[in-house]
Design a protein around this ligand. Sequence first.
Ligand SMILES: [Zn+2]
Length: 160
Amino acid sequence: MAIPDYCDPRAEKHYVNSFVGSSHGDNGSMYGYRYDSTSGGKPTKMVHTSRYGRLCAYCGEKGLPLQPFFKGSFDPDSDSRVVGHMCICKDAMDELEIEQAIKDLKAKQAQEMKDLEATMPKPSNSVLSKVMAYRLKVLTEEVESGNLEALESFGVYVKR
Ligand SMILES: [Zn+2]
């Protein structure tokens, strides 16, 4: 088996060259390429049909199963669950690439916003101190003139 013609170069990593036995391999060799469902592919857009199963939404080829937990038939920890389907065509690869670019852009933007917020000017301590000093002066005058309720704005109560 060879890598299908419609395979985008970015998807070739999902094919492994493996022993196929006898002389059925590529160019009469004993090796051939086969799709590897454990090679870390990501789901791409599929048209789900009851009759033909999953078909690529872009090129109509049959979706290839993704089995990230499959470790071989003889491994007791192996899990052959199919978590999705992918296609290897150009549009499917574009879909994944654009999706990743959007993710990266959002992360970059979030970081830039955080950096920008960190450069935001802070309220002046000297202004705050002056305002507080003025408030304290007024409050002190109030208390000295016998208005103890004025203390309540500072959370101080004079009562039984
Ligand atoms: Zn496709």
